[in-house]
Write a protein that binds this ligand. Sequence first.
Ligand SMILES: C[S@@+](CC[C@H](N)C(=O)[O-])C[C@H]1O[C@@H](n2cnc3c(N)ncnc32)[C@H](O)[C@@H]1O
Length: 192
Amino acid sequence: MKLRESGMPEEAYWETLLDVDLILDRLGVDNTLGNVVELGCGYGTFTLPVARRISGILETLDIEPAMIERTRQRAREAGLSNIVYTHSDVTTDGFGGVPGSRDACLLFNLLHCDEPVRLLTEAARAVGQSGWVLVIHWRCDPSTPRGPALAIRPRPEQILDWAAQTGLLEPDGPVVDLPPWHYGLRLKRTVK
Ligand SMILES: C[S@@+](CC[C@H](N)C(=O)[O-])C[C@H]1O[C@@H](n2cnc3c(N)ncnc32)[C@H](O)[C@@H]1O
């Protein structure tokens, strides 16, 4: 089942709303990361830049075949060969792969979903014991030009509370400002 309010506007407009390099710099996405899994490739807005930065394989999964096809096309044109595409529904299939086998899991613009603690728990299990779940979301103020309804849009403190409820994640540093419209969180997998 598609996560609630996870539709997207037209590609060119979407990509004016995000400073992708700033976001990835501030979240520490670089070649110290090996294998990474991304939930929801969308248009590949983050998929391609992340694949360029990391030293391993980026697995990206999406419920919409058209999103995977668009991302695959862009990656092919860019000559990127370290991306694996999976057409799947995270609510029924989880993140797939071997639990604990990734250095990071990306949850970008998705934690307004119905079961955020479950999603964060599965994301935590997808990464190894020294891995990170990296989150970005829309700021909770009405001036943002897009984003899910404010009634379901989580504040950073809410996400930190959900992360604590998993028993598997703890904050790694303060809330990150990601202008113009987002904030980010680095959540570290706790050793259990
Ligand atoms: C709001 S977009 C975010 C895309 C990308 N993370 C970004 O920030 O540019 C959400 C994406 O998640 C995908 N999606 C929604 N529900 C899903 C599900 N249950 N399983 C896998 N992908 C899903 C949508 O098809 C869409 O491409």
